[in-house]
Design a protein around this ligand. Structure first.
Ligand code: SF4
Length: 432
C-alpha cells in the first residue's frame, strides 16, 4: 500500500487503513532555529549526503553478521530504507525460530494467542538480539514469555486511567496545561512492557483525518493547553506528509506553545530519521522529542546517526527509560546507558518505574532498586546523566517524583544534609 506521501509501505495486518491525504497548510510559526551542522561532533556528522546508504562504518558489527546470515541478498539501499524495514518486520514463530535459538518458554508464548500485544520486530532491531541467549536484555523486551499471560494482583489493562482522562478519542488530558495526542497505535517493534499494550497494534487508533480533526477541535476549544505531546503507538511510523499535516494543524492553534513527539524510533528503526524528515520537523519549532531507550546495546552507530540528525535539526532530545528487571536494573548498565545517551546528545530525562500493566510482573523491580540506582548516579557522574525517577500513579494521579532522602534531620537552626558520599553537612536554615 502507499502511504500518504507516496512512499510504498505495508504495515501488515494491523496497519492503519489507507485514507485520503489532507492538504498541508503552511505553518503559522516560523522555525526558530536555522539548520546548523555540529562541528564538534565528528563521530556522526551529517556532512555526508543522503541517508544511511553507503555508510558501512556506521553499522554495528552484530548487525553486519546478522545481515550476512539472514538477508545476504538485500542491498544496502533496501536495508537502510525505513519502509523496507517496516515491510520485513519479523512477526511469526516460524520467522523467529529461523533467526534465534528460541527457548521453550519463548516458543510456548509465541504459540499462544490471546495476549494483548502483537509481536513485531524490525530486522534491524532483531539484529541486535543475541541468537543463543534467551535472557539477553534486549531480547527480553521484544520476545514474549509465558509470564506475559499472567495477571498479578494490582495489575490492570489501563493502570494509569488514561481512558477516564480522554475527553475525545485520541486525546488524554490529565494535567492542566498539556495534553497527549495519540495519532496511531502502530509501532515498528512492540515492547513487551508497553504501558498502552491495551491499544497498541490493534488497529483502532489510526491517523484518520476526521478523528484527528475532532482532537484538534478539542485542543482549540481548551485554551489552557499550551503543550501537546504527539504519541501513540509510535508517531514516527507515519509518513512525512501525515506528520507534517498533524504538526501544522497543531501549530495553527494559537495557544499551543510547544509541541513534543514521543517515539522509540531512533532505537528500533533509526533508518526512519532521514534528512527529509528532519527538514520537515524543524519547520515546527519549538519542537521537543522524548526518545525511548532502555539499554546501552540500543546505542549503536545507527542510533547515533539518527539522534545526531535530530539534534542538528535543533530538536532538544530527552530520553525516557523504563526500569526493567533483568534488563537494566543495575547501576553499571544504567550508568553506561545514560553516558552513551549524553554522547548522542540525548539528555536522560525520566526513569520510569514499570507501570503495573497486565502481564508485567516479571519486569517490575522493587522501588528500592530504582532509588539505589539513582543514589549511585547522583554525585558520581554528570548531573545531566541523572534522570528524574518517577512513578506514574495508578488511577491517573500523574507522575510522582522519587528520590533518595538527602535531608537527614535538624540540629537547632541547621538543616542536616547527607551528601553523595554519605557525609553529613550543616546548612543554616533557621526555623521561621
Ligand atoms: S514503542 Fe512505545 S508505544 Fe510502542 S510498544 Fe514500545 S512502549 Fe509501547
Amino acid at each position: 500500500m502507499a502511504t500518504l506521501d507516496g512512499e510504498a509501505c505495508s504495515y501488515g495486518d494491523e496497519e492503519p487503513p489507507n485514507v485520503s491525504y489532507p492538504s498541508v497548510a503552511p505553518p503559522l510559526v516560523r522555525p526558530l532555529c536555522s539548520p546548523q551542522r555540529s562541528r564538534a561532533f565528528a563521530v556522526a556528522d551529517l556532512s555526508a549526503p543522503g541517508d544511511f546508504v553507503g555508510l558501512p562504518s556506521r553499522i554495528a558489527d552484530r548487525t553486519r553478521v546478522f545481515r550476512k546470515l539472514f538477508f545476504p541478498e538485500v542491498a544496502d539501499r533496501q536495508w537502510n530504507g525505513w519502509q523496507w524495514q517496516l515491510r520485513h518486520r519479523i512477526r511469526t514463530l516460524a520467522e523467529l525460530e529461523a533467526m534465534l535459538a528460541l527457548t521453550n518458554e519463548e516458543r510456548s508464548a509465541l504459540s499462544r494467542s490471546g495476549g494483548n500485544l502483537p509481536v513485531g520486530i524490525t530486522p534491524y532491531y532483531l539484529s541486535l538480539l543475541a541468537r543463543d541467549d534467551g535472557v539477553q536484555p534486549l531480547r527480553r523486551t521484544v520476545i514474549p514469555v509465558p509470564q506475559e499471560f499472567y495477571r498479578a494482583p494490582g495489575e490492570a489493562d489501563d493502570p494509569l486511567g488514561e481512558e477516564a482522562d480522554s475527553p475525545v478519542p485520541g486525546i488524554i488530558h490529565r494535567y492542566p496545561d498539556r495534553a497527549l495526542l495519540l495519532v496511531t497505535d502502530f509501532c515498528s517493534s512492540y515492547c513487551r512492557y508497553c504501558t498502552r499494550s491495551r491499544v497498541v497494534g490493534n488497529g483502532q487508533i489510526t491517523p484518520q483525518e476526521q478523528r484527528l480533526q475532532s482532537a484538534f477541535d478539542y485542543l482549540r476549544a481548551t485554551p489552557g493547553i499550551r503543550d501537546v505531546l504527539v504519541s501513540g503507538g509510535d508517531p514516527l511510523v507515519l509518513s512525512d506528509g501525515w506528520l507534517d499535516w498533524i504538526l501544522t494543524s497543531l501549530r495553527q492553534i494559537p495557544h499551543v506553545e510547544i509541541l513534543r513527539l514521543g517515539t522509540k524510533t531512533p532505537a528500533v528503526l533509526p533508518q526512519r530519521i532521514t534528512p527529509q524528515l528532519c527538514r520537515m520537523l524543524r519547520k515546527h519549532h519549538p519542537l521537543w522529542m522524548s526518545l525511548h531507550f532502555i539499554h546501552p546495546d540500543e546505542c549503536t552507530p545507527e542510533s547515533l546517526l539518527a539522534c545526531t540528525r535530530l539534534a542538528n535539526a535543533g530538536i532538544p532530545l530527552g530520553a525516557q527509560t523504563v526500569l526493567l528487571k533483568g534488563v537494566n536494573d543495575d547501576l553499571p548498565t544504567m550508568k553506561n546507558l545514560f553516558h552513551r545517551l549524553l554522547m548522542m546528545r540525548v539528555r536522560p530525562y525520566y526513569l520510569y518505574q514499570c507501570d503495573p500493566i497486565a502481564g508485567s510482573a516479571h519486569f517490575r523491580t522493587p522501588v528500592a532498586r530504582g532509588l539505589e540506582i539513582l543514589e549511585g548516579l547522583r554525585g558520581f557522574t554528570t548531573g545531566y546523566a541523572v534522570p528524574h525517577y518517577v512513578i506514574d500513579a495508578p488511577g491517573g494521579g500523574g507522575k510522582i517524583p522519587l528520590q533518595p532522602n538527602y535531608v537527614v534531620g535538624r540540629d537547632g537552626d541547621d538543616l542536616l544534609l547527607r551528601n553523595y558520599e554519605g557525609k553529613t553537612f550543616h546548612y543554616p536554615d533557621p526555623v521561621p
